[in-house]
Write a protein that binds this ligand. Sequence first.
Ligand code: ADP
Ligand code: MG
Length: 389
Amino acid sequence: MNLHEYQAKEVFSRFGIPVPSGAVARTPAEAVASAERLGGSTWVVKAQIHAGGRGKAGGVEVCRSPDAVGEVAGRLLGKRLKTHQTGPDGLPVHAVWVEQASDIGRELYLSLVVDRARECLSFIASAEGGMEIETVAASDPEKIVTVPLPPDPGVPAYVTRILGGAFRMESPQLSALASLLSGLERCLRESDASLIEINPLIVTRGGVLLALDAKVNLDDNALGRHATLAAMDDPSQRDPAEDEAARAGLNYVALDGEIACMVNGAGLAMATMDLIQLKGGRPANFLDVGGDATAARVTEAFRIFRANPRVRSIFVNIFGGIVRCDLIAEGIIAAFKEVAPGVPVIVQLEGTRAVEGRRMFAESRLPIETASGLARAAERAVRAAGGAA
Ligand code: ADP
Ligand code: MG
């Protein structure tokens, strides 16, 4: 689960990570009132969506009067904001965060991640943070340092020294950095987060450290232990199909291609998506129907596919190891009768009772194409969607 910047900053405050004063607003009037309450003469209005890249997309604006704050809020609220991190449709803006503008001296990059490759937590840092961090990562990767943490909780002094060096900080700032790093480390552990990113972490002209942006990814499997964090969930930032699929017990991730995939088993689903890509098509989703692909679940999957206007063909790839292919075929035929998908359906069955399954499709006289061989089936699905192959 992702948090909005305003929620992440609230969490940061609890862990003593310094953030600018700000307030969330859901109407332009609230935004104006927030600016007046915060005081000062310059504010920044920031669209709250589950994506970065807002600065370059007009989602972060500096305002020099409360009226201007109201105008920017009015322009952003209720619209969709498209950034290089959102899909082509963008994400809806239901809230803006109004905060005092900071007097930026330098913009740094700092994150703490669960580093699966090293099997530990790692800080990732760069003195060249801000909106161009992706360019820095691509063209000057040596400007980004990774510092793994030892397994015990806490941040050892040597880690602070390494990061302070990478940030080219003077010694008076090192104690502020030490406290920020230990707040970050406690925040990640105690919230069961998998990633916390501060970009930019700024040093103000006055030498103060502040987290100007905040990104937090939480481990969904640990949300049961964090009622307060779980309550921050904002389903409006997800494809509704993902929530529907979760309710039906389907493991579904929306993608932006045109070939809908229904596969049993996550590994086979990944391989199927790779194969589609290899044959020149693009998967519309990842979908693992699980070991017991019942008629109800298959029907639900077909419903989700049909609701997606981008889908041009459906590729069903089932390996009957524990499940029986004839039962799956029965489920698909029943689902097809209830929800006519309206696009070509290509089915690849292999394993237990696959021959019977294929025969059932043939006898059903439904427009379901059975293919033999995974590569050929993928080609058929790609071609049926109007792609290469
Ligand atoms: P995103 O990462 O989505 O583009 P950020 O919160 O990082 O959004 O904001 C983009 C840029 O806007 C920052 O790199 C910074 O230069 C500027 N900015 C953001 N918040 C403030 C602020 N409170 N005061 C001054 N500048 C800000
Ligand atoms: Mg940012």
